[in-house]
Structures are given as C-alpha cells and as structure tokens.
Design a binder for this molecule. Structure first.
Ligand SMILES: CCCCCCCCCC(=O)SCCNC(=O)CCNC(=O)[C@H](O)C(C)(C)COP(=O)(O)OP(=O)(O)OC[C@H]1O[C@@H](n2cnc3c(N)ncnc32)[C@H](O)[C@@H]1OP(=O)(O)O
Length: 233
C-alpha cells in the first residue's frame, strides 16, 4: 500500500465484509482507458505537511490497522449478481474500464492538473469503521479569498464518510448531511477529515465527521450524516 506499490488486482483485493454482505471494493474507480492511475499517491503538488501526514498513516498501515484506499477517476459501477467479485476476473481492469462511461469523472478527480483542486488520500480503519482523509484543497476551490469554498469542504466530508458507509453497508446514498463550519480552511493548507460510523439501524447508516488542521489545533468543521443503503437491483 506504500508509494512504490503497483496496483494489481491482487493488491486491491477486498477486505472482509462487515455487514449486509457489504462489498468494500465497490468504490474502486478506474481510468477511462481501463488502465488505472492511482491518484491517492504523492505528487509534486503535495506539501511537506501533506507528505508528513500521508507517511504517518502509511506507517500505521503496516500492521494492517489502516488501509490506504486507491483512488481513480471513475467509480466502479456497483457490482451485479453476475459479477459479485470482480477481483476474481483476470481482465478486471480492462473489462471494468470498458464498461465505464467515457464522458464522466468522479467529482473530486475532475481536474487534470495536479494541486489545483482536491488533493487527497483516504485511509480506512475497518475495525473502528472509521475513514480519515488527508486533504489539501487547491486554489481552484476558492470561496472567500484565500479560503476553501464550503461546498468543497462538504464534498470531501461527503466522500470520506460515504466511503466509510460503503464499507459497512455496500451501496449507499447520502440522505442527509449537516455541517457546522467552525473555522475557514486556508487554500493549500493540510487538514485531516476524520469520519466514522456511529450506528446502523436497518438500512440507515449514521455517521459523524470532524475536519481538523494538520497540527490538531483548529477544528474547521464538524458534521453528522445519514446514508441509506440501496440494494443493487
Ligand atoms: C472512497 C470514495 C467514496 C466516494 C463516495 C461518494 C459518496 C457520494 C455520496 C453522494 O453524494 S450521493 C448523492 C446525494 N444524494 C442523493 O442524491 C440522494 C437522493 N435521495 C434518494 O435517492 C432517496 O431519497 C434516498 C435513497 C436517500 C432514500 O430513499 P428510499 O426510497 O430508498 O428510502 P425511504 O424514503 O423509504 O427512507 C428510508 C428510511 O430513511 C429515512 N430517511 C430518508 N431520507 C431521510 C432524510 N433525508 N432524513 C432523515 N431520514 C430519512 C426515511 O424516513 C425512512 O425511515 P424509516 O425506515 O424509519 O421509515
């Protein structure tokens, strides 16, 4: 899962499901060519602060407590009964790539140039049902001068806890997201988006999330959310 790791079907193999026959690999996304480029690896735009936090979680991942989540331009279509586990197919990357629409991109991976938009890497802690995102908002996410637009903060929160909810429940949609914005996030700074599942009731997954500065001194935002499980088919 480190920086030198090449992405193979084996390295992306799913972790055990937690509930509802969850398919934790369902969030994997593939590039339009079918050859995946993993965007959740360091690039030249990452600040030293971003690299430091990334390395901290890579270190924590060595004993399996945390897992880095690869990130591609597109989200893998949610799995069908015919393809319950795509990792068993040797031509996975190509097949899934060809199934994708050619004209869409995942919102958070919509910009080509490194560093201008959302730079982020997610780490999942399966036993804690917790997802943290190391996040560096770029200059094209501006709201008030010099600060990230609140909508961009909502998007990174939604994706962080969305990933967490997918892990526990499989296919989910955001039904409700409530955010208290506490302190503005400077563009180019590094923050930690820390989300977790609090409880599940039937199809409902309740989560909470906090956005902290990298030094842990500033709470930028906190949120609660409800995701609803939508069974495939
Ligand atoms: C690693 C990368 C991961 C990337 C993750 C990306 C995550 C991105 C997530 C998104 O942005 S999703 C896009 C934004 N969300 C939507 O567009 C959802 C639009 N809404 C819907 O599709 C439906 O309203 C919804 C799926 C949320 C629910 O419809 P359903 O028909 O499946 O459920 P229903 O309305 O029967 O409600 C089920 C239960 O949830 C409750 N519920 C539904 N919406 C609620 C709400 N908004 N607030 C509170 N409770 C709600 C509802 O009262 C009910 O409770 P009970 O079972 O106790 O009766």
């Amino acid at each position: 899962w480190g920086t030198s790791c090449s992405v193979t079907a084996a390295s992306l193999a799913p972790t055990p499901c937690l509930a509802h026959g969850a398919q934790p690999w369902a969030w994997l996304q593939f590039s339009q060519s079918g050859q995946p480029k993993d965007y959740a690896l360091p690039n030249a735009s990452w600040s030293q602060g971003m690299l430091n936090l990334y390395n901290e979680f890579v270190e924590k991942s060595k004993d399996g407590t945390w897992k880095r989540i690869p990130s591609y331009r597109l989200m893998l279509p949610l799995l069908t009964p015919e393809h319950p586990c795509p990792f068993t197919h040797p031509d996975l990357m190509k097949l899934e790539g060809e199934k994708m629409s050619k004209d869409t991109r995942l919102f958070l991976r919509s910009l080509d140039e490194e560093g201008l938009g959302f730079e982020y890497v997610m780490f999942l802690n399966p036993s804690e049902k917790r997802m943290v995102t190391v996040y560096q908002p770029g200059p094209y996410l501006e709201g008030h001068p010099g600060f990230a637009h609140g909508g961009s903060t909502a998007a990174i929160i939604d994706s962080t806890i969305g990933g967490c909810a997918i892990f526990v429940a499989g296919r989910v949609m955001t039904a409700n997201l409530s955010i208290d914005f506490k302190n503005p996030i400077p563009l180019g700074s590094v923050v930690l988006v820390d989300g977790k599942v609090n409880r599940m009731e039937g199809r409902k997954v309740f989560l909470s999330c906090q956005v902290w500065s990298a030094d842990g001194q500033t709470l930028h935002a906190e949120a609660t959310a409800l995701f609803i499980h939508k069974p495939v088919g």
